[in-house]
Design a protein around this ligand. Structure first.
Ligand code: URA
Length: 229
């Protein structure tokens, strides 16, 4: 993306962050400690979308800072990347009580924040982590086990984006074979970033029917802003 677009993009992202920070659109706002807007490089070509903040994320206001975040960092290091090369967000910006699955109404209510983040960051590649983000952004009810590691082309935020569904890192923490699959699937990322955007893309996804969303969940300190790079 052109450098000249960077300052307005960052400003718009800060504005969106401020809006999300005081969001009371769904009842999750009542139980949260901090809104976890997302963090990283506003100019990133690579974006990760997880599910929802856990306890540590809720406490610190930052995404993927618990054990699953540790594995995410390790997987990135394995392909020569770091968190600062990416922008990391979640489907939900507030923690569901007891880390329960996101509810369809919460996903729908929070969805415009994620859509606007994608529109502003303009990533070339989005890796969805786990079932919820995969189903939301592919617009398909097909579960992660069937689609992981296979890149798809979509129109997201008005632009062609390569979408790579991946297992959730928390699942990798629980099951060594899943961690190994994650390592293998991460190796696909560098080439996907390098490849030019596809002309032929799927239409912008509609939400998958609520009853078909299956569970795959393994689940900012003020300085969240500093994480926009
Ligand atoms: N799991 C997620 O899906 N997101 C986080 O930010 C942390 C754990």
């Amino acid at each position: 993306m052109a450098d000249s677009a960077a300052p307005p993009r960052r400003e718009a992202l800060v504005e969106l962050y401020e809006q999300a920070s005081t969001c009371t659109l769904c009842p999750l706002s009542e139980g949260r400690t901090k809104v976890v807007f997302g963090a990283g490089n506003a100019d990133a070509e690579l974006m990760f979308v997880g599910e929802a903040p856990g306890a540590e994320e809720d406490r610190r206001g930052l995404p993927f800072v618990g054990r699953a975040g540790g594995l995410l960092n390790e997987l990135l290091a394995g392909i020569g990347l770091e968190r600062d090369d990416t922008f990391v967000a979640n489907v939900l910006k507030c923690r569901p009580p007891g880390n329960r699955d996101p509810q369809p109404i919460e996903i729908e209510t929070c969805r415009p924040y994620l859509e606007r983040q994608i529109e502003l960051i303009e990533p070339k590649v989005i890796c969805t982590l786990g079932n919820f983000s995969t189903k939301l952004l592919t617009g398909s009810p097909t579960g992660i086990t069937r689609v992981r590691g296979i890149a798809q082309q979509h129109l997201l935020g008005g632009r062609p984006v390569t979408l790579l569904p991946l297992f959730h890192p928390a699942a990798g923490l629980r099951t060594p074979a899943v961690k190994e699959t994650l390592r293998e699937d991460f190796k696909l990322i560098p080439a996907l970033i390098e490849q030019p955007p596809h002309e032929k893309v799927e239409v912008e996804p509609e939400p998958a029917p609520a009853e078909e969303r299956d569970s795959g969940r393994a689940s900012a300190e003020p300085d969240q802003l500093g994480f926009f790079g």
